[in-house]
Design a protein around this ligand. Structure first.
Ligand code: URA
Length: 210
């Protein structure tokens, strides 16, 4: 199996990412941009979604036409920064269910510690899309997907905005079956687990906590 990484290089995505990266971008603008960027990424992430045919009546005649079953999709934001991507995604698939995984990074060891886990019922029929803006060490993403796999969703995709080679390598060494969707693969991870050049602490920038 080839582990997949999809870099979404659409000009609109790259433009908004550049504005988000800038140090002087305010919390208000950052939040709006992260929302817009997530909506754009949702188009790519849902490109191969299964569809079914329904019979509809146009003003002209009856036809067979296609629909996505939005109720089969479950977005799984990793708390708390993943919540920043959720609204933009729900804008495209309003019928999606939402599961939550609460993880924090131990500041000393950078290891992911779980404090919350809640999924909707019927997971084996659902396609899960895990959300976290930054794929840095990969520890949280690996732990979240490991835990999610216990509920046996039909498929799993991982969506982030910024990733780095170290995080991708770690994630795919444990979950080669889970494709990654990212707007960029940045240069490197620093010794404190931050991505360079990155955009700083995504959670702090979304929620204005710094
Ligand atoms: N989490 C962040 O918010 N930013 C990074 O650069 C790495 C992890």
């Amino acid at each position: 199996m080839t582990a997949q990484v999809h870099v979404i290089d659409h000009p609109l995505v790259q433009h908004k990412l550049t504005l988000m990266r800038k140090k002087e971008t305010s919390t208000t603008s950052f939040r709006r941009l992260v929302n817009e960027l997530s909506t754009l990424m949702a188009y790519e992430v849902t490109r191969d979604m299964p569809m079914h045919e329904v019979t509809i009546q146009t003003p002209m005649e009856t036809m067979q036409s296609k629909l996505i079953d939005g109720k089969k999709v479950v977005f799984v934001p990793i708390l708390r920064a993943g919540m920043g991507i959720l609204d933009g995604m729900l804008g495209v698939i309003p019928g999606a269910r939402v599961g939550h995984i609460g993880l924090y990074r131990d500041p000393k060891t950078l290891v992911a510690v779980e404090y919350y886990f809640k999924m909707p019922t019927g997971m084996p029929d659902r396609d899960a899309i895990v959300l976290d803006p930054m794929l840095a060490t990969g520890n949280s993403a690996v732990a979240a997907v490991e835990r999610l796999k216990e509920s046996r969703p039909r498929s799993i995709k991982f969506v982030c905005l910024v990733s780095c080679p170290e995080g991708i390598k770690h994630f795919h060494s444990v979950h080669p079956d889970v494709p990654i969707y990212t707007a960029t693969i940045d240069r490197e991870l620093n010794d404190h687990g931050y991505i360079l050049p990155g955009l700083g602490d995504a959670g702090d920038r979304i929620f204005g906590t710094k």
